[in-house]
Write a protein that binds this ligand. Sequence first.
Ligand SMILES: N[C@@H](CCC(=O)N[C@@H](CS)C(=O)NCC(=O)O)C(=O)O
Length: 226
Amino acid sequence: MAKPLLIIGNKNYSSWSLRPWLALKVAGIEFDEQVVPLFGDDWATRKAELPSGTVPVLQHDCIAIWETLAILEYAAETWPNAHLWPQDKTTRAVARAAANEMHAGFAKVRSHMPMNIRGSYPGRGLHPGVAETIRRIETLWGECRARFGQGGDFLFGEFCIADAMFAPVVSRFSTYAVPLNAVCQAYRDAVQALPAMQEWSVAALAEPWIIDEDEIDFIEGRTEKA
Ligand SMILES: N[C@@H](CCC(=O)N[C@@H](CS)C(=O)NCC(=O)O)C(=O)O
């Protein structure tokens, strides 16, 4: 089978890109990657080449798949031995619900705490509504760990797509030093300790690009666009 190509954005900022990249890496699926610097000088041209103008995109066997969850579902079906979803039907249903809730929700955390791997902003981003969203995430993680997490350190025991979906939230909770209960802190640490997560972070730190709009100072009106 030909190697897929995953087209992604800047590793420091592109939360959607992190999700399939991490899932493929943890599953041991070989792929090539191409980084498209978001909002760079030639962004208009690069954007026009992407099916929906966004990253990530997975190219494989003559098709280009956009939308993160569709990419992850394709990977789960194409490489079934990677067990990207839990094997048990009930567990898988809850894992899918968690992944979908992440895809569609948690807007307050996403907009007020943008993923910024090289940043360290303890206590920043806690705008009205953000704390409530964090509590919902804590409740969800806690329930998954308590009910399904016995077989490992992740939400459903072994690492699965739901963990890939939450990886950018884990990263945000580190950047903004969000205080978490012990169960969620242990989960955050387990995700951060993944060698693939560390590999992504090292690459993010080496990137030269700065996206003003994704920097907390800009979002909170403390700096003008450079
Ligand atoms: N719904 C899409 C969202 C993808 C997305 O918004 N990606 C961002 C980067 S993290 C992007 O490409 N932004 C560029 C733009 O909107 O022009 C998915 O699930 O993959």
